[in-house]
Design a protein around this ligand. Structure first.
Ligand SMILES: C[S@@+](CC[C@H](N)C(=O)[O-])C[C@H]1O[C@@H](n2cnc3c(N)ncnc32)[C@H](O)[C@@H]1O
Length: 346
């Protein structure tokens, strides 16, 4: 049986499943999940393009943050990247700064790729018990399973996954108390009919990491915004799929064959991190990278490209232009620059 058939059979035997169970199976089922089977997903030839895949300058710029944190907390110190994908962040970062590093990955294909960059015993499936240093997650939180809810009659209903005429379909379910508690705290003033992805697993994950972090920082990059700024997107909600760099089919249509994701509610993440005892800062990705020197680097690249053009060194001009375009892409105010960065420090 393929994953679609197994999901249907589970629903036929046990009744509708919560959306986060469906998303967990679709993305992480060991025999059919999008991330756990098949090829590496987060690379140029894959299904979506992330900041570190755009440019090694992302990891190189982050190295400056890692150096500062090592100066602040001293030794022992290690870098942990969770959901490290192809290694396009951790590779350049480790070229720029020599620190002990670990990569944590749910995807076997990604773990294979990472073994080429860091020793095999440093590529893990789960987080280590204790961490002292910097933990980084780029576009990780948006892939953690979410509950799905809709505003009705001033209250909430959950949307679970059932079967309708052989096909998977969203069905009504009474909201669970923990989901309502999350929605009441973090969804904001959602209008009648509005859709919200309740990110309880993301909150548990942040609590778990901070519980392991003795000193240092957790840095999370993702698309999303504060609860308030997400309100205009609530009419249809932000749940979506990606495949081959384009928006894909409805999330229920091809479980295991597409990425399933939604905008991250950074108000919820920040509140969770603060209640875990961390000092929290929320910034735009362009501001964060400029604060670490990428803006100056871009000016240098622009000047150097001009100089190479004047001197007639076409190869050098082309190399510099590529680097310049990549840095501009990372900082684009309506693209990757508009991503959010949560830094939780202790
Ligand atoms: C969207 S990809 C991003 C990959 C990489 N960070 C990048 O920016 O190119 C998300 C990655 O997180 C991994 N992942 C998801 N949940 C995870 C978890 N709980 N622990 C470790 N890795 C996880 C997936 O396998 C996938 O490789």
């Amino acid at each position: 049986m393929n994953l679609h058939q197994r999901i249907r059979s589970e629903i036929e035997n046990e009744g509708p499943m919560a959306f986060e169970r469906f998303m967990d199976l679709a993305l992480y089922d060991p025999d059919g999940g999008f991330f756990t089977t098949g090829t590496l997903r987060s690379e140029r030839s894959g299904d979506f393009l992330t900041s570190p895949e755009v440019s090694s300058q992302f990891g190189e710029t982050l190295a400056r943050y890692v150096i500062r944190e090592r100066e602040r907390i001293g030794e022992p110190f290690e870098l942990v990247e969770v959901g490290a994908g192809s290694g396009s962040l951790i590779g350049p970062l480790l070229q720029a700064v020599d620190v002990p590093a670990l990569a944590v990955e749910a995807s076997p294909a990604a773990r294979d790729a990472l073994v080429g960059l860091i020793p095999p015993d440093r590529v893990l499936r789960v987080l280590p018990e204790r961490i002292r240093g910097v933990v980084i997650g780029n576009e990780l939180i948006d892939n953690l399973p979410m509950a799905l809810a809709q505003r009705v009659d001033g209250g909430w209903r959950e949307r679970w996954v059932g079967v309708d005429d052989q096909a998977l379909a969203l069905v009504d379910a009474p909201p669970r108390p923990e989901v309502v508690a999350w929605l009441d705290q973090f969804a904001g003033d959602v209008r009648e009919g509005g859709w919200v992805e309740a990110q309880l697993a993301a909150a548990s994950w942040v609590r778990d990491v901070l519980g392991r972090l003795e000193a240092g920082s957790l840095i999370l990059f993702d698309y999303g915004d504060t609860a308030e700024n997400l309100l205009p997107r609530r009419q249809d909600g932000t749940l979506r799929t990606y495949r081959a760099h384009h928006l894909g089919p409805h999330p229920l249509d091809e479980p295991g064959e597409t990425d399933i994701t939604a905008d991250v509610n950074f108000t919820a993440l920040a509140a969770t991190a603060e209640s875990g005892g961390a000092v929290v800062e929320l910034q735009r990705q362009d501001d964060f990278l400029i604060g670490l020197g990428l803006g100056e680097r871009l000016s240098e690249l622009r000047h150097a490209e001009l100089k190479a053009a004047r001197s007639g060194d076409d190869m050098e001009r082309l190399r510099l232009r590529t680097l310049k375009t990549e840095a501009e892409t990372l900082l684009h105010p309506r693209g990757l620059g508009d991503f959010r960065v949560l830094v939780a420090r202790r």
